[in-house]
Design a protein around this ligand. Structure first.
Ligand code: SF4
Length: 242
């Protein structure tokens, strides 16, 4: 049974990060850096609960035991693991990494100081603080659409999006389940000044990803957006840690 004390415990310590998994070297599977060699740090916890989430083990404590799925790493230990790999790109993903922004900022600063390029993947509902923006991190922002099943007031936070846009270091990537989702993307991009826009089909099987991409490719080109596949799914299906 997952008690409230356990859930409180998995929020992580102030000086550490609650981590679901670290893996790599592998390839960045999504977004503007798709195909680049990368190492990954996947943080636990999320403030949303998307219907199609492919990493529920990072946050859904009704289905997964947080003691089995997560452990706290100190920032020096985590930085040490990353720096043991001679790979320039470091992807910090989740879950929602900005829920652990204090120690995350220290980690990013250390990695940037060592010459690494860091991409923090976020759902765009939490604003990065000035220190994290100035760390040199890039933000792969994935605001969720209605297809996530989340109400708009939870998945779209205008103040947070404004900070991310103003950082000049954000790219916006939307998960599509149907070509009709493109209109919702255009509406959000227009309302909040989100650019550059990338879209990506949802799916944990190669056929679903490729089929979804083929259905929207012409319209995406016409709109001047980017189209991301899910390279890790094409290569390895829904295998964890790739
Ligand atoms: S924001 Fe991301 S990690 Fe959180 S529930 Fe949605 S898809 Fe999963």
């Amino acid at each position: 049974m997952i008690t409230s004390a356990v859930v409180e415990g998995v929020k992580g310590r102030r000086d550490g990060l609650l981590v679901a998994e670290v893996f790599g070297p592998t390839l960045q599977g999504e977004g503007p850096s798709m195909g680049a060699p990368a190492v990954f740090v996947r943080l636990s916890r999320c403030n949303l609960a998307c219907l199609w989430c492919d990493t529920p083990y990072t946050w859904d404590w009704s289905r997964f035991d947080p003691r089995a799925q997560s452990r706290t790493w100190t920032v020096p230990d985590l930085a040490g693991w990353v720096l043991d790999h001679p790979i320039e790109l470091v992807v910090v993903t989740g879950g929602e990494p900005l829920l652990q922004q204090g120690p995350l900022t220290v980690l990013v600063e250390q990695l940037a100081a060592a010459g690494r390029r860091v991409e923090v993947e976020t759902n765009g509902t939490r604003a990065p603080g000035r220190r994290l923006v100035e760390s040199g991190s890039w933000f792969n922002v994935s605001p969720k659409l209605a297809n996530s099943g989340m109400p708009e007031h939870r998945r779209i936070v205008p103040d947070a999006l404004a900070v991310l846009v103003g950082s000049g270091r954000a790219r916006f990537k939307f998960v599509l389940r149907d070509p009709s989702d493109l209109e919702e993307v255009a509406d959000l991009a227009g309302r909040f000044g989100l650019a550059p826009v990338w879209v990506m089909p949802e799916g944990t099987a190669a056929e679903a990803v490729l089929g979804g991409a083929r259905r929207v490719a012409e319209e995406v080109i016409a709109r001047g957006w980017g189209l991301s596949l899910r390279l890790h799914v094409l290569l390895w299906g829904d295998a964890r840690g790739r």
